[in-house]
Write a new protein. Structure first.
Length: 368
């Protein structure tokens, strides 16, 4: 049973601008500073790079448009060293794109004395902290509605060859500002719209069945989950609907603000091996297990139970689990681990491993 909230804090330092044409506020946010744009290859053909050039003029000192999904040390290392060498004097990086662009930018803003990526990686392996000086500021502009990376200090860096993932979390990796303009998301295809929306739902739920939650994160998460459940199925049927895009962008932002204070939990801990070993995209990998995790979460904590049941307008745990499973399956998401190549025995082992990981330990029920 929950003992309630005795002493709690909520902190998020990111300046947030939301709404139509909020991108036009970027020059004011830069306040005369020059910047480097970090984005994804398609940004050029979508006209986004040209729009940034027109908006920023001489303030834009360079464009890096080679960011691929899931930032990997193999290509991030030379890119990091290029930025440290060629753009040392540029004080701000503007990240325009999905979670991968923003996560990559979080690595690129970090200053190491020798400008070597190997030094940053060594620090991540040790769980150490960088010194205070020399880091660039980050302004994050998401073109997907889901990752929440624009309002959190965390980034995931992958080493596919070694089967490893690293979590980047430094005091300097909080974005200075986030600009959420749903018009930038209208070109997002169905698959990416679904994956990012599922990521938002996962973030919201994961911040509720979480030992680090607080009343503010809970309120944001409940609102986010309810809006995502109402919006995402409708959006998948009407991808050009500006109002639904806006609703989904705000729901994803709320989820980001919620888990910025709690971190994620068991479903995300499970997802990393699913992505590394089975190649399942992150949005799917962290959401297909949500009904199974919800089932384990319910009954562990009265406050969390009330919040979770309210999201699904459910009177019993069984109804809540079934409603979540039904929504996911309606979106074409299989909820059986076997569908992703994980058999029951392997799933049990994966569950135990995930529960003992850093994110798994945030889950409100012990599985040991």
């Amino acid at each position: 049973m929950s003992k309630g909230f005795l002493v709690w804090t909520y902190h998020n330092p990111v300046h947030i601008s939301v709404g139509r044409n909020s991108l036009d506020q970027l020059p004011a946010l830069l306040a005369g500073r020059s910047c480097l744009l970090v984005t994804f290859p398609e940004a050029q053909s979508l006209g986004l790079v040209q729009r940034m050039r027109q908006l920023l003029g001489a303030q834009l000192r360079g464009v890096i448009d080679s960011i691929a999904p899931n930032p990997d040390v193999q290509w991030l290392a030379p890119l990091y060293e290029q930025v440290q060498r060629d753009h040392a004097e540029v004080p701000v990086i503007v990240a325009l794109g999905g979670g991968s662009a923003i996560d990559s930018a979080k690595a690129l803003i970090c200053h190491t004395p020798g400008g070597r990526f190997a030094d940053l990686l060594a620090l991540l392996k040790q769980g150490g902290q960088l010194g205070a000086g020399g880091h660039k500021a980050l302004i994050a502009i998401p073109t997907t509605a889901g990752t929440g990376s624009e309002v959190t200090p965390w980034a995931t860096i992958w080493d596919q060859a070694a089967g490893q993932k690293y979590s980047l979390h430094q005091s300097c990796t909080w974005p200075e500002a986030a600009v959420i303009d749903a018009e930038l998301m209208t070109s997002l295809p169905a698959g990416a719209t679904l994956a990012s929306g599922l990521d938002a739902l996962s973030h919201a739920l994961e911040s509720i069945w979480n030992v680090n939650r607080n009343p503010v994160s809970m309120a944001l998460a409940v609102q986010s989950a309810r809006r995502t459940l109402a919006t995402l199925p409708a959006l998948m049927q009407d991808l050009d609907n500006a109002q639904l895009r806006s609703e989904m962008a705000e729901a994803a932002l709320m989820a980001g603000l919620a888990f910025s204070n709690t971190k994620t939990a068991l479903a995300h801990s499970l997802s990393y091996d699913i992505t590394l070993q089975h190649g399942v995209p992150h949005g799917l990998a962290c959401s297909f297990s949500l009904p199974l995790v919800l089932e384990m979460a319910l009954g562990a904590d009265a406050v969390a139970d009330a919040a979770l049941l309210s999201i699904f307008d459910a009177s019993t745990p069984a109804v809540a689990v079934e409603r979540l499973r039904s929504v996911l399956q309606g979106l074409g998401v299989a909820t059986d681990p076997a569908h992703y190549g994980v058999q029951p025995q392997a799933w049990s082992a994966m569950l135990q491993k995930a529960a003992s990981g850093p994110r798994g330990r945030n889950f409100i029920r012990s599985l040991s």
